[in-house]
Design a protein around this ligand. Structure first.
Ligand SMILES: Nc1ncnc2c1ncn2[C@@H]1O[C@H](COP(=O)(O)OP(=O)(O)OP(=O)(O)O)[C@@H](O)[C@H]1O
Ligand SMILES: C[C@@](O)(CCOP(=O)(O)OP(=O)(O)O)CC(=O)O
Length: 389
């Protein structure tokens, strides 16, 4: 019987975006980035791994479908963990030579700009590290799967330092504060579209590095200052400062996409209406109460404090009517908060067509990956995947 290891890992949403690599193969970024890790009780990747002497090849199943193991990124993660295990002499050479099976699933849409690659590779690397008894930091190995994955190795607010070393020895993630530091912080993910996007992050950032002058300016003159300022805002729990930097950085990242040649855009009309709505709401409140940020897709991620959640949900339901009885997930009780005529007049945005926002995920800041001890594996005792389509 093979030892099966199962890990769960979180999604992270950047407030200072990683966009552009200084080394494509080693996945080394041009600039530092900073993100919040989200609660795995709501959104997670789950991965089971096992190694056996009778497996003929390395195999992987993702979301119930067999995928090829011939991806360089996948192979690099496995090779790097095995190298660490060999260096640390944590397992014997026979075990290192056995082939492995990996079965993984995300409980949210894959490749739709919801950071599935970040959660997925953080999960894979965590499970492999446990399998091969590697105890040292594995964020730099998760980085080899997908850059943003290195930040999902820690909970709370996390910084990925770009580093300067050509081999990337100084390019890994560190925790700024843990998940308990700012307990009032909440996140609403507005799922606008959950289909696979046209330009992947990897391809999009390559075009930006080759052609965007704005990206050069951003990397040299904007991001270093923003990183310092947002870390201060997080330490001080200064929401309006945190929110302003977050929105400006999202806007600049999307401006870089438009400054690339040929240009590409991840935002849709619905995304732009959400941006307008948040600015109008903040203005009507006389204070910055909500921040938006968009990754490489049209879905919005809204940061706000707990006290704001129910009124923002009421506002979203009013402006974006929905026929979905489960429009908001992640909350058991949602009181109807009446929106005052003053607020609605000040916002001055007409209700939109029905179902432009498919659903909303309510979540909060959470911890890093964990190993499951409950035995709910995705591989059976023979190392065969459970639940394949
Ligand atoms: N659970 C997982 N295990 C292993 N690999 C995964 C997992 N989930 C996603 N991936 C890999 O990540 C790819 C999707 O990455 P992509 O960057 O296109 O989308 P995304 O991560 O959802 O969006 P973004 O990074 O722009 O927010 C998948 O095609 C797959 O190769
Ligand atoms: C917009 C982003 O989400 C880009 C994420 O890019 P990826 O980490 O998916 O790219 P690769 O390193 O090529 O795999 C911003 C961010 O998460 O910082």
């Amino acid at each position: 019987m093979a030892d099966i290891i199962t890990a769960v890992a979180p999604v992270n949403i950047a407030v200072i975006k990683y966009w552009g690599k200084r080394d494509e193969e080693l996945i080394l970024p041009l600039n530092d980035s900073l993100s919040a890790t989200l609660d795995t009780n709501i959104m997670y990747a789950k991965t089971s791994v096992c190694a056996r002497p009778d497996f003929a090849t390395d195999e992987i199943w993702l979301n119930g479908k067999k995928e090829s193991f011939e991806s360089e990124r996948l192979k690099n993660c496995l090779i790097s963990i095995k190298k660490k295990a060999a260096a640390e002499k944590s397992v014997n050479n026979d075990f290192l030579s056995w082939k492995i099976r990996v079965c993984s699933e995300n409980n949210f849409p894959t490749a739709a700009g919801l950071a599935s690659s970040a959660a997925g590779y953080a999960c894979l690397v965590t499970a492999l590290a446990k399998l091969y008894k590697v105890n040292s930091d594995v964020s730099a190995i998760a980085r080899l799967g997908s850059g943003s994955a290195c930040r999902s190795i820690y909970g709370g607010f996390v910084q990925w330092c770009a580093g300067v070393d050509p081999q990337g020895v100084d390019s890994f993630a560190t925790q700024i504060v843990d998940s308990s530091h700012w307990p009032e912080m909440r996140v609403l993910i507005l799922v606008v579209a959950d289909h696979k996007k046209k330009t992947s992050s990897t391809d999009g950032m390559k075009i930006s590095v080759q052609t965007s002058e704005l990206l050069k300016h951003r990397v040299q003159h904007i991001v270093p200052k923003r990183i310092d300022e947002i870390i201060d805002a997080i330490y001080d729990k200064n929401f309006s400062k945190f929110a302003e930097i977050t929105m400006k950085d999202s806007n600049q990242f999307h401006a870089v996409c438009m400054d690339s040649y040929p240009p590409f855009s991840y935002l849709t009309d619905v995304s732009h209406t959400i941006i307008q709505l948040i600015h109008s709401y903040n203005k009507a409140c006389g204070e910055v109460k909500v921040a938006y940020t968009f990754d490489a897709g049209p879905n919005a991620c809204l940061y706000m404090l707990q006290s704001e959640v129910f009124v923002v949900i009421s506002l979203l339901k009013h402006i974006f009517p929905s026929s979905n009885p489960e429009f908001v997930t992640g909350l058991t009780f949602i009181p109807e908060v009446p929106l005052s005529t003053e607020i609605l007049q000040a916002i001055d945005i007409e209700p939109q067509a029905t179902d432009l926002i498919k659903y909303v995920i309510h979540t909060k800041i959470g911890d890093g990956p964990s190993i499951l001890s409950d035995g709910l594996h995705l591989l059976n005792e023979k190392g065969e995947p459970i639940n394949i389509h």
